[in-house]
Ligand binder design. Structure first.
Ligand SMILES: [Fe+2]
Ligand SMILES: [Fe+2]
Length: 171
């Protein structure tokens, strides 16, 4: 019988027989998957002013990176780099959506972001962007008093570490 799994980070459902290694939607580790019946809807989260400020900064960061990866996908030199940039853009967009849900606000539009015509240069840019994101999420997770906010920041830090590895391999 098909037993769908649901991601506790982004809330998306995976329709498959076995838990995938990472959430195809947000990139979270398989450890965040639960059978759909056990899924918890955190919805809008009550939070401190500092956490709200951090979530707003995180939304900007995610939208900026999503727009950058979209640009890089549009200019990609190979089918492989195009597919990677496209997936990364979608995962960052998923992160922005999740963060907006946590504060109960509408998602702002994608900003205008430029990128290079060269894959290696865009991979280098990606590397810098992901390094900044990891550092920010680690700091934000450490100062978040709310368990759910800390959990999400920690998961995002771990996901961006995976993105960093990807940008290192193809650089
Ligand atoms: Fe997910
Ligand atoms: Fe992200």
């Amino acid at each position: 019988m098909l037993d769908p799994y649901r991601c506790l980070i982004c809330g998306e459902t995976y329709l498959g027989q076995e838990i995938p290694d990472r959430c195809p939607f947000c990139g979270a580790s398989f450890r965040h998957f639960v059978p759909a019946a056990e899924w918890i809807d955190y919805g809008k989260v009550e939070m401190s002013e500092q956490s709200y400020k951090d979530i707003k900064a995180a939304i900007d960061l995610e939208l900026n990176n999503s727009a950058f990866y979209k640009c890089a996908a549009g200019k990609a030199e190979t089918q492989i780099t195009q597919s990677i940039f496209k997936r990364l853009s979608k995962q960052e967009m998923e992160h922005a959506e999740l963060l907006c849900k946590m504060i109960g606000e509408d998602e702002p539009p994608l900003p205008d972001v430029t990128c290079s015509d060269s894959d290696p240069e865009n991979m280098l840019d990606a590397h810098k962007r992901e390094s900044r994101a990891i550092k920010f999420y680690q700091e934000a997770a450490n100062r978040a008093p709310e368990p759910r906010v800390a959990e999400v920041f920690r998961a995002l830090s771990e996901i961006e570490s995976e993105h960093l590895k990807i940008s290192s391999v193809y650089r």
